[in-house]
Ligand binder design. Structure first.
Ligand SMILES: CCCCCCCCCCCCCCCC(=O)SCCNC(=O)CCNC(=O)[C@H](O)C(C)(C)COP(=O)(O)OP(=O)(O)OC[C@H]1O[C@@H](n2cnc3c(N)ncnc32)[C@H](O)[C@@H]1OP(=O)(O)O
Ligand SMILES: NC(=O)C1=CN([C@@H]2O[C@H](COP(=O)(O)OP(=O)(O)OC[C@H]3O[C@@H](n4cnc5c(N)ncnc54)[C@H](OP(=O)(O)O)[C@@H]3O)[C@@H](O)[C@H]2O)C=CC1
Length: 515
């Protein structure tokens, strides 16, 4: 029997961000391995046109939860959705619900965050810093609380090259930032944002770093740990390979490349692609929850959940394997044939953006206009290029994350726990993982049927023929224009024609002689 699974039995667990990518995988694993847990409280913000229950049903109806329904048929009864908005004071939770949370919660997993790189600083601070502070305050009033696990990111200190499992101080105290957000107006915040974030690439990593400092400063006597995953990708093994349901990070780029929109990207092929499967992150998180509650370490431990130092894969290898998978498993109705290249400097990036991205979009929009339809490709392309520009920082650098605490934890687990809560990325076969990832994007994100693969392959063949035809026509037009205007081009043309003529005459003469 797994010690960790047994530990969660009978427990009341609070999860924030349970409707998000990582939150769902966490909840699934908890129910599957500890079906006798008492209850999972989830803080869910109301969404227009959907009741809280509808949101919960939507999560449980996903394929991700199919196995859970077999081992824990009453899973609906074990989820208690609480209406809460982490952007509001006291999360806008009703008094009765607060009381229930305070008196019952044993473990907290704080996953909710804004993960947008371009979020306004005020909003990013509210969700990634102030909400963490408020949750800690709530946690400090929970008599039965055994552990508080905060999910951060391995990139919270990405301004450093070597990152240890420690909380680094921030140049400006989080409290000062929180205070200033209350009285500064948006225009001033916009103006000071670049100065505040300094050498951090965006408001996301900056506010996640502030969030960690808040955990350190305001954690009081709580039993806290921080988990820092790198780039979270589709599941590796559990509950099945390749599950993914949002377009963040690599998933969005895989779609863009597979549909033929993304043809070139500024990336360093040799830079380490520090991807980590979602189920690996969840297994480590649950092991951390158990360890923190049972062993009660004296200080707040930080755990890096990264792959680069144990089983590195670089962007070149990853890109190659993604493209190779498209040959076997193409996406339907591609705009162009998938053929994304890596560029390494600004000039070639600008050139390929103009030639491979903007020009085809303009031509396609022109065609849409001609056929009486609304042009949309240029807008979509601009959006894609903006997204790519926000991700570029992370695909042109490598980082070294130390993993002493994570390795220490692995050695503390029994063989059974190491199997059930496996977070040893050394066992990961990248080629197999990436193939399953692309397949997962096709099945679970794009909702494409595998039966459509022959038609998708036919479509790619047609695109290839159109491509050859277009290139030939373009070459002939350019050449014709050159001949009309330049004596040199005319001379070259006459030279080639007379050479071909002589060659053919010689060939004909020699074959006549043989007869
Ligand atoms: C050859 C290949 C190589 C591969 C090579 C890979 C390299 C890959 C490097 C990654 C490196 C990251 C490393 C950091 C790791 C972290 O710690 S951060 C966690 C991950 N966070 C991210 O990745 C956030 C990045 N994304 C963003 O910041 C924002 O999405 C962007 C880029 C600003 C885009 O914003 P936007 O243009 O406003 O787009 P947005 O409104 O969000 O959504 C656009 C469309 O997608 C839809 N959409 C949005 N979210 C979702 C969702 N979750 N599910 C489904 N649809 C959605 C929307 O509905 C919308 O559709 P329409 O309504 O227009 O029909
Ligand atoms: N994905 C990644 O690559 C990485 C993620 N992380 C960290 O992992 C954690 C989870 O990320 P991930 O699952 O990918 O993110 P998602 O964007 O998929 O999920 C975010 C979750 O937070 C909730 N949330 C957002 N705003 C509010 C609000 N105002 N009130 C209540 N809930 C809110 C969302 O709810 P709703 O469904 O209503 O939108 C959703 O459940 C984050 O802390 C992130 O920083 C770290 C490294 C990499």
């Amino acid at each position: 029997m797994s010690t960790i699974a047994a530990f969660y039995g009978g427990k009341s667990i609070l999860i924030t961000g349970a409707t998000g990518f990582l939150g769902k995988v966490l909840m699934e694993k908890l129910f599957r391995t500890s079906p006798d847990l008492k209850v999972i409280y989830i803080l869910v913000r109301p969404k227009e046109g959907q009741t809280l229950q509808q949101r919960v049903f939507q999560v449980l109806d996903s394929k991700l939860f199919e196995k859970v329904k077999e081992v824990c048929p009453n899973v609906h009864e074990k989820i208690r959705a609480i209406s809460a908005d982490l952007n509001q004071n006291d999360f806008a939770i009703s008094k009765e619900d607060v009381q229930e949370l305070l008196s019952h919660t044993n473990i907290i997993f704080h996953c909710a965050a804004t993960v947008r790189f371009d979020d306004h600083l005020r909003h990013a601070v509210q969700l990634n810093v102030t909400a963490t502070q408020q949750l800690l305050l709530m946690a400090s009033q929970m008599p039965k609380l055994e552990a508080f696990i905060h999910i951060s990111t391995a990139f919270s200190n990405c301004n450093l090259k070597h990152i240890d499992e420690v909380i680094y101080p921030c140049p400006v105290e989080p409290k000062k930032i929180i205070d200033s957000m209350e009285w500064l107006d948006d225009a001033i915040i916009d103006e000071i944002t670049p100065k505040l974030i300094g050498d951090q690439p965006n408001t996301y990593t900056y506010t996640k770093a502030l969030g960690e400092v808040v955990v350190q400063q305001e954690g009081g006597d709580l039993n806290i740990a921080i988990v820092r995953p790198s780039i979270v990708g589709a599941t590796w093994q559990e509950p099945f390979p390749g599950w993914v349901d949002n377009i963040n990070g690599p998933s969005g780029l895989i779609i863009a490349a597979g549909k033929g929109f993304l043809r070139s990207i500024r990336a360093t092929p040799m830079a380490v692609a520090d991807l980590i499967p979602a189920d690996t992150v969840v297994n480590l998180t649950l092991a951390v929850g158990w360890y923190t509650a049972v062993h009660r370490p004296k200080s707040t431990l930080v755990y890096h959940c990264t792959s680069g130092n144990l089983n590195p894969c670089n962007w070149g290898k990853m890109g190659f394997q993604v493209l190779a998978t498209f040959e076997k498993i193409p996406f339907e109705r591609a705009f162009r044939r998938p053929n994304a290249d890596f560029t390494t400097n600004n000039i070639s990036t600008h050139y390929w953006n103009a030639v491979s991205h903007r020009a085809p979009a303009i031509i396609y929009d022109f065609y849409l206009r001609l056929t009486g339809r609304k042009p949309r490709m240029t807008k979509l392309m601009n959006r894609l290029l903006r997204t790519v520009s926000l991700l570029e920082y992370f695909i042109n650098r490598s980082w070294e994350w130390s993993t002493h605490n994570t390795e220490m934890l692995m050695s503390e687990l029994s063989p059974e726990d190491q199997r059930v809560f496996n977070f040893d990325v050394r066992q990961l076969n990248w080629l197999e993982y990436i193939e399953n990832y692309v397949l997962g994007v096709k099945k679970y994100l794009l909702k494409e049927d595998m039966a459509g693969i022959p038609e998708a392959k036919q479509h790619l063949k047609r695109l290839r023929n159109i491509h050859y035809l277009f290139n030939t026509a373009l070459f002939l037009i350019v050449w014709r224009l050159l001949i009309a205007r330049s004596q040199v081009a005319r001379n070259v043309w006459f030279f080639i024609v007379s050479f071909c003529y002589k060659f053919l005459s010689y060939f004909r003469a020699s074959s006549t002689l043989k007869v």
